[in-house]
Design a protein around this ligand. Structure first.
Ligand code: HEC
Length: 166
């Protein structure tokens, strides 16, 4: 009785395991077939693509070379943009004080305001970078209050002020 049940159980178990193994094998074969198919396809596609696009590819290379040469001219004129960046920095950071007519703040374009200051030379830059409080008691904040500016950017903005105020 219990032997019979055991046999029955074992039979069922074998069938189940066999089925699972069979499904697994089918899956593996299926996946392999898909993989092979894909590879075969992509290999074919690769060779046909290479053959088809060779002239197109070289034409593209040429046109991209042409593009880089046309792009090269604005890059070459970057020094002009650098003097512009002084103006840009001035417009975003310095203008709020130096173009708004605040009392005791030297104003952009007012030569009299700047004449003696410009005569200081290097100290003019250092005062703009490190901050400066003159005899009026008004404070020029370090880097115009924007510490994320580099020293060179502040210098560029000072250069712009000087150019515009002589
Ligand atoms: C919060 C207002 C304010 C901002 C913003 C500001 N400045 Fe000034 N700046 C002043 C004041 C005030 C003075 C004059 C201080 C004095 O002489 O008493 C001054 C003076 C200067 C001077 C003359 C320094 C000297 O040695 O006489 C320079 C150069 C200058 N600023 C550059 C800049 C630059 C560049 C920026 C922007 C990056 C800037 N400032 C932003 C208020 C400001």
């Amino acid at each position: 009785m219990s032997n019979d049940e055991n046999q029955h159980f074992m039979q069922n178990l074998t069938i189940i395991i066999a089925t699972i193994l069979g499904i697994l094998c089918l899956l593996i074969v299926f996946i392999k077939a898909i993989g092979n198919n894909d590879q075969a396809l992509s290999d074919e596609q690769m060779t046909s693509l290479i053959n088809q696009t060779r002239p197109v590819g070289s034409a593209r290379n040429q046109s991209s070379e042409q593009q880089t040469t046309t792009v090269a001219s604005p890059v070459a004129s970057q020094p002009v943009e650098e003097t512009d960046s002084g103006k840009q920095i001035y417009d975003t950071v310095c203008m709020s004080c130096h173009s708004t007519g605040l009392p005791n703040v030297p104003q952009l374009g007012n030569a009299a305001d700047w004449e003696e200051r410009i005569a200081q030379g290097e100290a003019l830059y250092e005062n703009a970078i490190n901050g400066y409080t003159g005899s009026s008691g008004m404070m020029m904040p370090p880097k115009g209050g924007n510490p994320s500016l580099s020293d060179d950017e502040v210098r560029a903005a000072v250069d712009y002020i000087v150019e515009s105020s002589q």
